[in-house]
Design a protein around this ligand. Structure first.
Ligand code: ATR
Length: 277
């Protein structure tokens, strides 16, 4: 049977998800389609979601600006997505619509793939206070990471995220200046905001001088492939982790939720880089 998948959001014309999932379908030896189902701001969100469900889709991705708005239209929401406050993947299972969030888990899968030495006892610094920060924070806390500090321009937003903490995670909230002064402390530094994204490619959220030797520096921005933040990390001799890999691994986890199949994404990395260059 053909798998029917879709993406809702707006604007989505330039989304890379159809390309990624088409490759996954081929790799998994499955027939199917992944279509763009744009919902414009002036349209009734409810009517369009009903229309989508009525089309017999097996699952769909949700992107901006609907990751929160989709909640009332789901029968169940996975704990991960509840904590993240956002759903990016929906599956129809036994007639029920179930929401998940694979952004944070995808990020962590990607980080662990490129840097297998990363482990829960390391000192982690997340920079940011938006939806992506929240998703990554919770995925790492749920995976047992013990020390995850959060630095944000507006510390109140970081404090709200830290309140999500559960289990063993220990979190200190910092402002950006404080974090910069204490950079030496961190094994992994993760930039989780849109700062540095095209066309503002010379912007960097924080100078990285004083970085610990051997630190890993990550940025979720993938346009440009290497942000000013990561270029400075390079100059300082740090290891870098690029944002486009999160895109691949969040999709891998979504595909797994829809099909139960774990497709290999490593060889797609270079292809995706070429598309983004
Ligand atoms: P989301 O992840 O929800 O899409 P985003 O718009 O990409 O969010 O990024 C929001 C985050 O970027 C916030 O943490 C914001 O800081 P504030 O909480 O202080 O608003 C941060 N941010 C955006 N522009 C920034 C800048 N020029 N300097 C520092 N932080 C900035």
């Amino acid at each position: 049977m053909d798998l029917k998948l879709a993406l809702i959001g707006t604007p989505i014309q330039h989304s890379l998800s159809p390309w990624i999932h088409q490759q996954f379908l081929e790799k998994a030896g499955m027939n199917g389609e992944y279509q763009l189902f744009e919902i414009l701001p002036e349209e009734s969100f409810e009517d369009r979601v009903m229309e989508l469900k009525g089309m017999g889709v097996d699952g769909f991705n949700v992107t901006v600006p609907y990751k929160q708005k989709i909640f009332p239209f789901l029968d169940e929401v996975d704990k991960n997505a509840v904590k993240a406050g956002a759903v990016n993947t929906v599956v129809r299972r036994n007639g029920k619509w179930i929401g998940y969030n694979t952004d944070g888990t995808g990020f962590l899968r990607s980080l662990k793939t490129y840097y297998p030495s990363v482990n829960p006892s390391m000192q982690i610094l997340l920079i940011g206070g938006g939806g992506a920060t929240r998703g990554i924070y919770y995925a790492m806390a749920a995976a047992g990471y013990e020390n995850i500090d959060i630095a944000n321009r507006t510390t109140k937003k970081a404090e709200e995220i830290a309140e999500l903490s559960e289990g063993a995670v220990h979190t200190t909230v910092l402002d950006l200046d404080n974090a910069q002064e204490q950079l030496k402390k961190y094994d992994v530094i993760i930039q989780t905001t849109s700062v540095g994204m095209k066309p503002y490619t010379d912007h960097s959220i924080m100078p990285l001088d004083g970085l610990k030797q051997g630190a890993i520096v990550s940025d979720i921005v993938y346009q440009p492939l290497k942000t000013a933040f990561l270029l400075q990390a390079d100059e300082l001799g740090a290891d870098t982790h690029l944002g486009h890999t999160m895109l691949l691994y969040q999709a891998q986890h979504a595909f797994e939720i829809w099909t139960g199949k774990n497709v290999d994404v490593e060889e797609m990395d270079n292809k995706l880089m070429k598309i983004l260059e």
